[in-house]
Design a protein around this ligand. Structure first.
Ligand code: NBP
Length: 483
């Protein structure tokens, strides 16, 4: 046995991760179902470090020092199960299998249980940062036993992205599915963040009639504010890019249908199961869905509805002043989206018995991953203080931020509604915020309706117990149904 770690699956992600491991002094066994990928890796990058190629799974397992550590980077779902089964056949108690793919966390919980019964450690690890991150330093979120973390820690810390203060962007998130869960929510937050940026762009483009270049300049400037983040930075780059074929702004020749691979949908489905409102993420997923409803959108063009055309009349206000309002609206909505995402993680931690250090989690998203942003430092501080225990929105830094942005946020949402520009995450985030602020919600009326049509009972503000009106009886008496 020569290798201290192995990688199975050498497509974009696995090959990059294997190279990253080898570049950091690891002796890396590599295996891929089709050997050609293994050959390519060795031909092109074999001199970057010590690689040990294997043609079969058995050969791969034999190459690993005991106790063995194998990282799987294959397509999520059935392919991952197939690879795990093959590895488990040759591995021995105490060995570690790490799944670094985008697996659904419930699959991870199941697999961990099955492999634990065989004495193997199974670690579900979220890996963020795409191909470049995997090569140069990803943010990694492993979930599994303490014993497996102890052995993985030095290997993973050596290849992780480093935050500005030098801290490696990897932590032991919790047991079994915890790592894949937080990676899923990370992606959900990413959806909301991207949609908010897209809405800001649309307001400037269609609402204010600005060019992609001008808007790119605005985003580049915003990157020097509280919004400083990778996504804002790449937005400026995309908006400044010209189409190599026509010379037009690239954004104008890209078809306006957004794709998705499923983690956003999982985030929302899971939030519904857990009963946590993640309105920002949900609206972002639905906005991508609407963009891809070809028949519906074609029909709306062929048979258009009357209505305003999206143009914003500024009146006495300068364009610069309105752009600043958009920035404030983006910032406030972004805080709401992050707060909701962290709420989903807290609820899952309670439900699945994970002990997740939220302050640390925010810190490992500061580099390597797609949602890396300056304000994650602030999020981390908020959780450290305990100020964000109920919601990030109550941590003084964010509470003050939202209050300072609030009037601009309302103005932008009201204006977009008036001129007919869709801003689903801006507006739903504001509705969530106002729902939170309300002393009384119309939920009381809903309980009344539910009691009338389904005898679902209601609770009273002044007395304990569950109450019901005998709606169909003469006199419509109120009865106490239970305590
Ligand atoms: P893909 O998701 O495209 O998967 C391709 C790999 O899976 C190849 O190595 C392929 O082997 C292998 N594979 C398949 Br498909 N079926 C298999 C089977 N039944 N048995 C053995 N191997 C099988 O690769 P990727 O884009 O590198 O992503 C890898 C994982 O990382 C995925 O779970 C992905 O969701 C996740 N991820 C991707 C990104 C990203 O930016 N791309 C970011 C973060 C996480 P073959 O070569 O023999 O066909």
């Amino acid at each position: 046995a020569e290798a201290n770690v192995g990688v199975v699956g050498l497509a974009a992600m696995g090959a990059s991760l294997a190279r990253n491991l080898a570049r950091h002094g690891n002796r890396v066994a590599v295996y891929n179902r089709h050997y050609s990928r293994t050959e390519h890796l060795l031909d092109d990058y074999g001199d970057e470090g010590e690689f040990y190629p294997a043609k079969t799974v058995k050969e791969f397992v034999d190459l690993l020092e005991r106790p063995r550590t194998a990282i799987i980077m294959v397509k999520a779902g059935a392919a991952t199960d197939a690879v795990i089964d093959e590895l488990a056949e040759y591995m021995e108690p105490g060995d570690i299998i790490v799944d670094g793919g985008n697996s659904y966390f419930k699959d991870t919980i199941r697999r961990e249980k099955e492999l634990r019964a065989k004495g193997l450690h199974f670690v579900g690890m979220g890996v963020s940062g795409g191909e470049e991150g995997a090569l140069l330093g990803p943010s990694m979120m492993p979930g599994g036993s303490d014993a497996s973390w102890e052995r993985l820690k030095p290997i993973l810390e050596s290849i992780a992205a480093k935050a500005d203060d030098g801290e490696p962007c990897v932590m032991h998130v919790g047991e079994n599915g915890a790592g894949h869960f937080v990676k899923m929510v990370h992606n959900g937050i990413e959806y909301a963040d991207m949609q908010l940026i897209a809405e800001s762009y649309d307001i400037m483009r269609r609402g204010l009639g600005m060019t992609p270049d001008e808007i790119g300049d605005v985003f580049a400037r915003w990157n020097g504010t509280d919004l400083d983040s990778y996504l804002i930075e790449i937005t400026a780059e995309v908006l400044h890019k010209k189409d190599p074929q026509t010379g037009k702004p690239l954004v104008d020749v890209i078809l306006d249908h957004a794709g998705m691979k499923g983690t956003g949908t999982w985030t929302v489905q899971t939030a519904l199961e857990l009963g946590v409102p993640v309105t920002g993420i949900a609206e972002a997923v639905f906005a991508r869905g609407l963009s891809d409803q070809t028949a519906l959108r074609d029909k709306a063009q062929a048979d258009p509805f009357e209505g305003p055309d999206g143009h914003i009349e500024l009146g006495v206000e300068t364009r610069e002043a309105f752009i600043e309002r958009i920035r404030q609206a983006l910032y406030a909505s972004k805080i709401v989206a992050y707060a909701q995402g962290f709420n989903e993680i807290s609820r899952a931690a309670e439900t699945y018995g994970w002990d997740i250090d939220m302050a640390h989690l925010a810190r490992i998203w500061r580099a390597g991953c797609i949602i890396r942003a300056k304000f994650l430092d602030r999020i981390s501080e908020a959780f450290e203080d305990g100020a964000a225990d109920v919601s990030l929105l109550f941590a003084p830094y964010f509470k003050q931020g939202i209050e300072a942005s609030e009037s601009d946020w309302r103005h932008v949402v009201a204006t977009t509604a008036e001129v007919g520009l869709p801003a689903p995450v801006f507006s739903s985030s504001l509705a969530y915020f106002d729902g939170l602020r309300a002393r009384r919600l119309p939920a009381a009326l809903i309980q009344g309706q539910r009691d009338l049509f389904g005898a679902h009972t209601y609770r009273r503000v002044d007395q304990p117990g569950a109450w019901h009106i005998l709606w169909a009886e003469p006199g419509q008496r109120e009865v106490r149904m239970a305590d």
